[in-house]
Design a protein around this ligand. Structure first.
Ligand code: 13P
Length: 314
């Protein structure tokens, strides 16, 4: 929905900007900035964004695939494909690779001090350390070089009975450990068929609202309809745009318009090198969480290139 940015909003942003920080108002391309607001912004030094301001994040989720030899070849191939398809990617996007946990340090070492990609864990536990056989501490992930962690993936919700309350706990400790969580949410096919998609999404968003706001600000969301994961049946642009708009509206009501405009929302579910561009231009979508197609470095590089600033603004 188109929004009007008024002089009052500009004054408020200027008042709320803390110590030396530049006041900033997030606006979508089609939002209308009134003349008075524009003048006021100039006077008060408030920046109003009317371009795509959210930096794309494209994350490969290897799930339970790959080993050291695979990782070795993958990193080299990804670097060479990106140099070919999108040499300036590092300045414009966040590229993340989430290998199985034991490969986190290996993946990091191969990324040449994060020059190729940053590394994510696929999950973490709700404690720093202790008698939790088989679990992975978010602090250890961080120590091993991860910058991100995927939280609440549908496979974990389904196969390991993860609840929204547990997801909220994981978000909080991951952030305490210095990780950026990528929180997954999405409806299953029965939810969609019975028109419960929005109710399910709203419920899953409660995890974001149950942590302190300074924490919520660090979260990246990934909308992954369960029926589109690993099925080769990606959601349509209309379906993705509709749920993305619902998420932003729900967040706007709970946490305010600035928050809702600033949070990054990725799409995941059968993203591949063929449909990536179609997904990259969906309004409000800021990247992709890619499973199967990310296992081929060349295809993952093509997906990243679909999020080129030029390609998306055409
Ligand atoms: P696919 O891309 O294989 O459908 O998996 C999506 C996913 O679950 C990423 O987290």
């Amino acid at each position: 929905m188109r929004r009007f940015i008024t002089a009052d909003e500009v004054r408020k942003a200027a008042r709320e900007a803390s110590g030396g920080e530049k006041a900033f108002i997030y606006a979508e391309k089609e939002d209308v900035v009134t003349d008075e607001a524009r003048d006021m912004a100039r006077t008060l030094g408030v920046v109003i964004s009317s371009e795509i301001t959210r930096r794309p994040c494209i994350c490969a989720n290897f799930k339970m695939n790959g080993g050291p030899g695979f990782m070795d070849k993958y990193a080299a191939e990804l670097a060479s494909c990106l140099a070919q398809f999108y040499p300036e990617y590092a300045a414009e996007t966040d590229v993340v690779v989430a290998p199985p946990a034991p490969l986190v340090p290996v993946a990091l070492a191969l990324s040449n001090k994060k020059a190729i990609y940053s590394v994510a864990g696929q999950n973490c536990y709700i404690k720093e350390s202790g008698a939790f056989t088989g679990e992975v501490s978010p602090y250890l992930l961080r120590e091993c070089g991860a910058d991100y962690v995927i939280i609440g993936h549908s496979e974990r919700r389904k196969l390991f009975a993860e609840t929204d309350a547990l997801v909220a706990q994981k978000l909080k400790i991951a952030i305490d450990a210095g990780l950026t969580p990528i929180m997954c949410l999405g409806e299953n096919i029965d939810d969609r068929k019975t028109a419960k998609t929005f109710a399910v999404i709203a419920q899953m968003l409660t995890a974001l609202y149950s942590i302190p706001i300074e924490y919520s600000k660090k979260v990246i969301l990934a909308y992954e309809p369960v029926w589109a994961i690993g099925t080769g049946m990606n959601a349509s642009s209309e379906q993705i745009a509709e749920v993305c708009a619902f998420i932003r509206k729900n967040i706007m009501v709970k946490l305010g318009v600035d928050f809702s405009n600033a949070i990054r929302i990725l799409y995941g579910g059968s993203v591949n090198e063929t449909n990536a561009l179609e997904i990259a231009v969906i309004k409000g979508i800021d990247g992709a969480l890619v499973g199967g197609a990310s296992l081929k470095a060349v295809n993952f590089a093509k997906i990243i290139a679909a999020f080129k600033t030029d390609a998306r603004s055409n």
